[in-house]
Design a protein around this ligand. Structure first.
Ligand code: AP5
Ligand code: MG
Length: 192
């Protein structure tokens, strides 16, 4: 089993690259943002609670997302590996993930960290907001709040995995295909 964390700030291209990587490597895509938006669409109690937090650009509580990831791991016992997108986002989430993977006799193989400048992030998200229907993309102050949450709570997650030498920084500006090729070469180096 080979498990990847695709890491990076809001708008850095995690979702875009995940779609291509899961095809190329036969991984199961686990995006906590997508899981939360599906709860919102189904108007579950969890979705209703999460929506107001997401609309402010803040992180939902650790226990909520860890619970979703734990069930998703249990629901896919045959997976060849998992691609985590937008998770873990706090040190507590990364510790919980390590524990869940250990119970399944596996671990994180690599953390691929996409690097994109802040103005490019804001432009990409405002642009997507014109068509995506994502309420957290329409307002620049909410987009900036998401980036601030990333700086304050999420960027330290890279340090957690850097201790075991698992983090690789990948430039996230350029064409989608160029970035995809860089990500693949980092994965291939570790698989061979
Ligand atoms: P989440 O859904 O994870 O959103 P995010 O991290 O804010 O990031 P995005 O999904 O907006 O960006 P992305 O990096 O996937 O980029 P994308 O490929 O879409 O989280 C949403 C909210 O849910 C959070 O704010 C939080 O409230 C909650 N949440 C989720 N997970 C949580 C967790 N673990 N803990 C607590 N709370 C959690 O690309 C963005 C745009 O750029 C697209 O339009 C795309 O077409 C474009 N683009 C992509 N690549 C390029 C390129 N190379 N050049 C130009 N444009 C590009
Ligand atoms: Mg995304």
């Amino acid at each position: 089993m080979f498990n990847i964390i695709l890491f990076g700030p809001p708008g850095s291209g995690k979702g875009t690259q995940s779609e291509k990587l899961i095809q190329a490597y036969g991984l199961k895509h686990l995006s906590t943002g997508d899981l939360l938006r599906s709860e919102i669409a189904r108007q579950t109690p969890l979705g209703l609670e999460a929506k107001s937090i997401m609309d402010r650009g803040q992180l939902v509580p650790d226990e909520v997302v860890v619970g979703m990831i734990s069930s998703a791991l249990d629901n896919h016992p045959q997976a060849r590996g998992f691609l985590f997108d937008g998770f873990p986002r706090t040190v507590a989430q990364s510790e919980a993930l390590d524990k869940l993977l250990r119970l399944k006799n596996t671990e994180i193989g690599v953390v691929l960290a996409l690097e994109v400048g802040e103005e490019e992030l804001v432009n990409r998200l405002l642009n997507r907001g014109l068509t995506s229907g994502r309420s957290d993309d329409t307002n620049e102050s909410v987009i900036r709040a998401r980036i601030t949450e990333y700086r304050n709570k999420t960027s330290v997650v890279a340090e957690h995995y850097d201790k075991s030498g698992k983090v690789v920084k990948v430039p996230g500006e350029g064409t989608v295909d160029e970035i995809f090729r860089s990500l693949c070469s980092e994965i291939d180096r570790r698989l061979s």
